[in-house]
Design a protein around this ligand. Structure first.
Ligand code: ZN
Length: 272
């Protein structure tokens, strides 16, 4: 599962690198994965995609959408480009071989969708429809008034649950969450009902600015781009920095399990 900044980076790179390539063959579901979702039978992907030409690629929440004639691939997993003659990964959940000898592979991390939908066909995924209907936090439509509208009824939720669950903010997941809350100086367990207007305003600002910075810098340094390179955004709170001093106050960065995933925080900058 990828998140918004990496989806933006992968979509830009896919548009630049793959557009105009003809799909020679498609293999879906070669490596079985319990949490990989396909459209119908993965065995049919080859007949649905072979011979099609790749068009635009765009990001939508935590998905990359790649057009191939009248088909759209909706993918929420890391993607990797392979040059002609380059070894393909041993394990993958989708592999597109192009007529020029290059290829694209998709490999599920934790869980992921690898949908292949024709124009006019239903996508058939509840979360997808919800995320699609909501403005991207990188867009102008995601403004303070919109963020205020999400606040109503959220008093009992923690900051983490508010920002990173229920597709409330498409593509904002447990990864990008950590630096957003650190930058806002809000602990992930703080209840939304306890946040003052000033803190809530800070949360809005950091959702916008931290996500934009991550996307502009090629994604986070914990993730890899289409060419296998780590992103240029240096995470403050991540698996890379746990146990090191907080750059703002020197307190050791901690990791804890919370709400079905790890949270990272600085006990000096972020108080419960
Ligand atoms: Zn700190």
């Amino acid at each position: 599962m990828i998140e918004l900044p990496e989806a933006v980076v992968l979509a830009e790179q896919a548009a630049r690198t793959l557009s105009g390539k003809r799909i020679a063959s498609a293999v879906a579901g070669q490596s079985p994965h319990k949490f990989a979702w396909y459209t119908g039978d993965p065995a049919e992907y080859n007949s649905r995609l072979a011979g099609k030409t790749v068009g635009q690629a765009t990001a939508s929440g935590g998905n990359v959408e790649i057009r191939a004639d009248e088909m759209t691939l909706v993918i929420s997993t890391p993607l990797r480009y392979h040059a002609a003659g380059e070894k393909r990964p041993a394990k993958h959940q989708l592999l597109l071989e192009f007529a020029d000898g290059t290829a694209l592979s998709a490999t599920v991390q934790m869980w992921g969708v690898l949908l292949c939908v024709g124009d006019g066909e239903p996508v058939g995924l509840r979360d997808y429809a919800i995320a699609k209907a909501r403005p991207s936090p990188l867009s102008a439509a995601f403004d303070r008034a919109y963020f205020d509208s999400l606040r109503a009824g959220s008093e009992a939720l923690s900051a983490k649950a508010f920002l990173a669950t229920e597709q409330r903010i498409p593509g904002l997941g447990n990864g990008v969450l950590q630096d957003i809350l650190w930058t806002a100086r809000i602990h992930p367990k703080r209840k939304m009902g306890e946040l003052g207007d000033e803190e809530f305003g800070r949360m809005f600002d950091t959702v916008k600015t931290v996500l934009a910075a991550m996307a502009a810098q090629g994604g986070r340094d914990t993730e890899r781009d289409l060419f296998g390179r780590p992103g240029g955004y240096r995470t403050v709170l991540s698996k890379n920095t746990v146990g090191t001093p907080c750059p703002a106050c020197g307190t050791e960065i901690r990791k804890e399990a919370y709400l079905g995933g790890a949270i990272y925080y600085c006990g000096g900058c972020q108080r419960v």
